[in-house]
Design a protein around this ligand. Sequence first.
Ligand code: GAP
Length: 521
Amino acid sequence: MANQEDIFKNIISHSKEYGFIFQSSEIYDGLSAVYDYGQMGAELKKNLRDYWWKAMVQMHENIVGIDAAIFMHPTTWKASGHVDAFNDPLIDNKDSKKRYRADVLIEEHVAKIETKIQKEVDKAKERFGDSFDEAQFRATNARVLENQTKADGILSKFKDALEKNDLEAVRQIIIDCEIVCPISGTKNWTEVRQFNLMFSTSMGAVTEDSNIIYLRPETAQGIFVNFLNVQKSGRMKIPFGIAQTGKAFRNEIVARQFIFRMREFEQMEMQFFVRPGTEMDSPTGEVGWYNYWKETRMKWHRSLGFGDENYRYHDHLKLAHYANAACDIEFSFPFGFKELEGIHSRTDFDLKAHEQHSGKKLQYFDPELNQSYVPYVVETSVGLDRLFLATLAKSYVEEKLEDGSTRVALNLPAFLAPIKVAVLPLLKKDGLPEKAREIINLLKFDHATTFDEKDTIGKRYRRQDAIGTPFCITVDHQSLEDNTVTLRYRDTMQQERVSIDALAKIIDDKVSFKKALQQLK
Ligand code: GAP
């Protein structure tokens, strides 16, 4: 059986071969960590975005969507803290001239120690079978204990150094752990420096400092600065949400793992404005908005049907200065559990900061309390590209069929598939292509359809399986006589004879967003 690494490589080449994702500017050897979505990828991405939008905006009376500009007044980023604090600690290896994120070097080193521990545990599990008590083994085995103490010690020193913003101490951890550059193999490291992740450009014809603007590193600030515009023009009553999807840009240093960490990516964010004090659970047991959104978003992810075991929460122990609670929804990507979405209780930090920097009041008059206040905010923020990668990774299957052949399929949820129906005339003659086009003309108003008459029918089925098309319709000579066709299902590969008049209903039922959205209630 292929391992996860091989499967991940296969997914990347499959994405290219079938028009899902291409390296940006590939003819010029590409641009690192920037990707283009091809003809299939654009459709799948749009369907994921639509599913999020429908669930978050259309299904909530008190959430509205906006589309703010990417360019924003530069003071926005001073107020939000991004100019001063949106940094990564960087270190260079003097021999290879390669640059690394110091925190990633340390985390990877700790991950290696943890892998060693896991190997010991797995070995013992195999040896002792059902009687194995993992907790006891971890608490008593000398080698495990030694490694665990080592890992905990490094993490604790690292947390301390970050909290004190002590970059020399971060470097010292790298030296003490004897971390080497993976390229040169040496420990010849520079100092650690902070590096701001925002991209900047200048607006207008004159290049002066005052004209410098940033490409937004998150879409959230476009929502904060429009808080009062939307509240007033939409007569919104607290609690209410503002949602948007759009591009964000970060000059990531360690940009790897395909579309997991990109320099240009898309976020889908929602800021939920609430009365202060209602964001966390109350002592009387009322669920606060933070936990409400944690659960609601988890349910949304699980509704995609990729398996509940592939999701978990990761609560943040170290909180950003503006947050009073934060967690990630992590997903089991082919390279391990990693962040897919963040849920943050951001208090009134952002709105207050914008009040201070703009001199404008950003307050809400609460008629029930008869008082004005700066609302608190609970944010949900998911990366569309990461969601795309999760979807591809869990839908991609390499199957051995009964006849010994293999098939590669994308078992996408039908409502997300880029193409819903492929109509295939058995032959290129005898009026079969014309009949197939009639069927396309019936279905194309509601669904993404395609027509394919090239190659054998078997090859055409495989091509559709590979892009995740849930239905293939084959038109043959009998179709001309009795108005029936063969309907083939992607997942089971079963076929049935159905009347052309019945097609729309069968397909509508299976590919509509409605069923998936109904599970969310
Ligand atoms: N407004 C809050 C915010 O931006 P974040 O945790 O920095 O929070 C939210 O980002 C989500 O955006 C992440 O959970 C991830 O899915 C996605 N994301 C962040 N950086 C990314 C990158 N470089 N490439 C792709 N997706 C990214």
